[in-house]
Write a protein that binds this ligand. Sequence first.
Ligand SMILES: [Fe+2]
Length: 504
Amino acid sequence: MSSDTDTVKRRLAFQKSYSQEHGGGWRHRSLIDDAKFETATNQEFERRERFLSRGDSISEEEVFVQNGGAASPPAVGHKIHGVIVTVKEGVGNLTRVLRVIETAKIVIQHIESRKARKKGAQFEIFIQCAGSLEGVTSACDLMKQSPFVLDTEVLGEAETESKELWFPRNISELDHCTHIVTKFEPELDHHHPGYTDLEYRKRRKEIADIAFTYRHSQAIPRVTYTDDEVATWAHVYRTLKELYPTHACKQHNAIFKVLEEECGYGPETIPQLEDVSNFLKRKTGFQLRPVAGLLSARDFLASLAFRVFQCTQYIRHPSKPEQSPEPDCIHELLGHAPLLADPLFAQFSQELGLLSLGAADEDIEKFATVYWFTVEFGLCKQQGQIRACGAAVLSAYGELKHALSDVPEHRPFDPFKTAVLKYDDEDLQPLYVVVESFEDMMDKMRNFASQIKRPYEVQYDPYTQSVQLLNTKGVLHSVARNLKGQLENLQHAIDKIQAFSLDS
Ligand SMILES: [Fe+2]
């Protein structure tokens, strides 16, 4: 049995590694981190499940920490429990409750939060923790004494986590894909430029709350941005617009012009997500939905499968206009929106999303990495020059100049290699991936995808906005019939063009 001192040391090591993994560095946070976090968490959980299913306790030598490889926190004889803590309404209550949890004698493995359903409550926090049932129960009692906690509940083991790989089958089910990674918010990340700015944090929360109540098919509520917020937008907008003709890819430049003409883009006003969403629907069928912060990689990629892009509405802190540690509306509107209006780029994004549905954790990690080096930080070759097509580059003027300079390494896109590249988010990128063209990027990605192990393929039906598993003879026959009809139609069109050419 471990001593209390050992337990405290392990807890401190765990918290340190947790912080380094998720709180260190204020640069743009990555989906890759989230995907790795999910992979590690699930592996850890499954390892414990095996023990728990045998009725065993966790042996010390077989337990590993999911974050950063530090010493394992669970003590011999401890088990994994799920706890739900309901936090009362009030600014900063979530942070206060997290501090209470830190003082409780439990070892936190994983935390998630969601909007509370109970009246008078703000958040529900799900905590996966290691400890004895007695210890976890007494920690819950301690939390209940906090004036910020409405209720706590210790879940049964079966409810702690499901092994089933659920994924949305219909676009409406994206209402369940709102798994926020809370660790990078200004309340929690002391590297965030808004960490000490209570006014900013309050405003950010006010806007982010829109996403918590949003449901599929609703119009996205409009935000009345303040003069200061518009000033931040205007500064970034004007600076980037000067760079775009020489730094952005031709697709971005062409659509940016249309966005200015048709969608209210300009330095004076921050465009509304609803208007941009309607614009995208007309161009590529993509649509936006508001999100309260950084989503888990699995949920974010799943939304792409339905041509839905989850978008933040709040804006970065004015002290750091050149960059934001978390996605903000500047990043979404100037970086992502233009390329989502390009048919090939939109198709590439959706296919990545479709590949992620029901995929194994390690494959999600690979897709998130490919996404990171293409959709977020990608460069492309155009007329003998290198141009930016990644949203994180196109929405940060420091990064944009740096990316196209001679300083970083430029490496050709090869998804087999790109999918396992390491990523450094402490400073400007030392390495960028360059695609030959969007067509080439798509072809290589499809070839890569064919090597991924998944017991079935999926297909998106735009008429019903749903995903179909291609896993029965009946379904395959139906798809084949439709394809046959389309091919015949194509052949008739070719015949008619040839006949017309001969006649003329
Ligand atoms: Fe992004």
